[in-house]
Write a protein that binds this ligand. Structure first.
Ligand SMILES: [Zn+2]
Length: 425
């Protein structure tokens, strides 16, 4: 409400109509599921084939020539008017988690197609080619390794990944072959640094920030880096009735203090940190816990903040262990740096938001991972967030407003037209 008054040229009817079409297509794709009654669509399955076929039709209608790359990513391309101009890629993913929402990933692909379709309808040809990509695997459900589609495209997927097996003991190489693809082509067709002018992605926020601010769109500053660790405190198990409180080596007590330290340090350092799992050993009502293990997930927009938070936690945990006479062991099982969005592409989306919505665009980091994390290896990345209801995602309750989605697509069009008016540096 009132966003137009701040200087934007909101065309309410155009936004709602365009958004309704995109939302309707996302809803149609929700029928392509491996589990009746829920939305589950995983990598290199018959449903993956079906979604690629359906989306390829829409690409064709928008003027994009569609093909499937060696990883099963669906790539639609429309040529530009200037010979040799580098393509701008618009991407997101068509796979889902188990029991997923309808818009995570999918909305960004469909919005990209809609943007190209609208430009075509208006008779606008841009100087550069546009490629719209529906990545085959972002969520990592089938092979327990995320971003296979975009890492493959960026040339950063290790060859050893081809031997990774799914739960049915099918290797990635075999799954690709059975899908009709040639894994030997992955390296040859990977994009190289400098091939693309920009990688742009429109995605639902998957968090509550835009909704709280009352804003339909936001500019992403960076995809947060993340560290995941497992900790174990070892103390001494004992009889809950006979061992006095003084001198106990209660490992769960140590873990409880550690959980509170995680909250405190996260607030202090400006990161998000979560203990999502905790277990006491032996785990009986009448036994003092001799062991306690818990996980930690720390994410931050800047790697230096994440490192500072981890260092502060190491210090706090060591102090807890010492005071309680516990032994602490630490295992890091995931460590990924932040993927910063290019400042010029942040500004590009900020101008686009100012144009279609009005007002100064809000900038926010993405706490969730996205295909841009892989594409940043070969191209400057830019991301636009669209508000989603209550920030709910990875859940069938995921919901968006057609108007917000339409504004996202209009902002994407504005960004493409803006880029067209600037030299490719
Ligand atoms: Zn996603």
């Amino acid at each position: 409400m009132g966003e137009g008054a701040k200087g934007g040229s909101i065309d309410e009817r155009a936004a709602v109509a365009l958004g309704a079409e995109i939302v309707s297509r996302c809803d149609q794709l929700a029928a392509l599921t491996e589990e009746p009654g829920l939305l589950t669509r995983t990598y290199l399955t018959p449903m993956h084939k079906a979604v690629n076929a359906r989306v390829a039709e829409w690409m064709g209608e928008a003027g994009l020539a569609a093909r499937t790359d060696p990883l099963g990513n669906l790539v639609g391309r429309i040529e530009g008017t200037r010979a040799g101009a580098r393509p701008v890629m618009i991407g997101s993913h068509l796979d889902t988690v188990r029991n997923a929402g309808r818009y995570d990933g999918i909305m960004g692909v469909i919005a990209g197609i809609a943007a190209v379709g609208e430009l075509g309808r208006a008779g606008r040809r841009l100087p550069f080619p546009i490629e719209v990509v529906g990545f085959g695997d972002e969520e990592g459900v089938r092979f327990e390794s995320a971003l296979i589609g975009s890492r493959g495209m960026a040339g950063t997927l290790p060859d050893s990944m081809l031997a990774t097996k799914d739960k049915q003991d099918i290797t990635l190489a075999r799954a690709l072959t059975e899908f009709g693809l040639d894994p030997a082509r992955i390296r040859a067709e990977a994009r190289k640094q400098g091939d693309l002018r920009a990688y742009l992605e429109v995605h639902i926020e998957q968090g509550p920030v835009l909704e709280r601010l009352g804003l339909p769109l936001g500019v992403v500053t960076a995809i947060c880096g993340a560290t995941r660790r497992r900790y174990h405190f070892a103390g001494e198990a004992g009889h809950a009735g006979t061992v006095p409180m003084a001198g106990r080596r209660d490992a769960l007590g140590g873990a409880a203090e550690a959980v509170l330290a995680v909250e405190a340090v996260a607030r202090e350092k400006g990161v998000v940190a979560t203990v999502g799992q905790i277990a006491a050993e032996p785990g009986a009502t009448n036994v003092i816990p001799g062991g306690a293990s818990f996980t930690l997930d720390v994410r931050a927009e800047r790697d230096v903040l994440r490192a500072e938070a981890l260092a502060a936690l190491d210090k706090r945990f060591a102090e807890i262990a010492k005071r309680r006479d516990l032994e602490l062991t630490t295992q890091t099982f995931h460590d990924a740096p932040a993927a910063p969005c290019a400042p010029e592409l942040q500004d590009l989306f900020a101008r686009a938001i100012a144009r279609v919505v009005g007002g100064e665009a809000t900038r926010l980091p993405s706490g969730a991972g996205h295909d841009g994390m892989a594409m940043v290896a070969v191209a400057p990345i830019g991301m636009l967030f669209v508000r989603c209801r209550k920030g709910i995602s990875h859940n069938p309750a995921e919901a968006v407003e057609a108007r917000d989605v339409g504004l996202g697509a209009l902002a994407l069009i504005a960004a493409l037209e803006d880029l067209a008016g600037r030299p490719d540096a």
